[in-house]
Design a protein around this ligand. Sequence first.
Ligand SMILES: [Zn+2]
Length: 301
Amino acid sequence: MISKYQDKLKLITPYLSLVILLILISLIIFKYFMDFKNNSFKEINYLNQISKLNEENLNALKEIRELKENNLNLSNLLANEQSKNQLFENQINFINNQVGQLSKFVSLDKELLKKYSKVYFLNENYVPKNISLIDSKYTYGGKEKYIHTEVLPFLINMLNDASIFGINLKIISAYRSFMEQVGLKSQYTIVYGSGANKFSADQGYSEHQLGTTVDFTTDELGNNFDNFGKTKAYNWLKNNAYKYGFVLSYPENNKYYIFEPWHWRFVGIKLAKYLYENKKYFYELDQKEIDQYLIYIFDRN
Ligand SMILES: [Zn+2]
């Protein structure tokens, strides 16, 4: 009985082993499959998460880009506004400047740069806006002397600088009213040239009525200033007076009037410099050309 059973067992053992082996293999495959599946799931999950993160990242980048764009737009807008403001400011400055020039021009006395001739002369009612007393240390003779207030600092600068160079200059005559001029006419003996371009004495001297003109002498010459043209002082003025805005009204060989080396008129630094550099004199310029310098007459450079 036992042997019969044993025989049977012997017979089925290989099959049984095979079945067990198959089951074992199946189990291993199943386990492997399950592991693989799990891992796959996890992987897919990770991939999903990554792609989600990527998407979020992309969105964030998009937002940043948009913000940057907005920022850029705002910057552009701001720059635009700023440039508009600058333009506006420039326009305002330009207008202010124009208004300044215009009011300066309106407030300036047109007579100050006029040429006086037979057809144009100062009338008896003309008086300068303001005149100031010249310190007596700069003048010759006891009488008080006055000059146009705005010309005074130019004159004093010139006299101070001259004295630094050892040049002795004294003012013998400055502002003269119309009535004083009439009085002088009878005192002076003036040699006139003949012809249409020569002035009459009172009109010629009317430059003194402007308050911008001075006659110079030196301590040595005193009242005999008709020899002023031979002095070192005259030579210094010829080369330097323009720097202070003064010019000789009637230089040697001028077409209009006798040579007056002592008679210097203030025309402003700009015009004086122009005349000096171009070797011209005031009376040979056209009035229109002279008028362009009026606005600069009291400028310091
Ligand atoms: Zn004079």
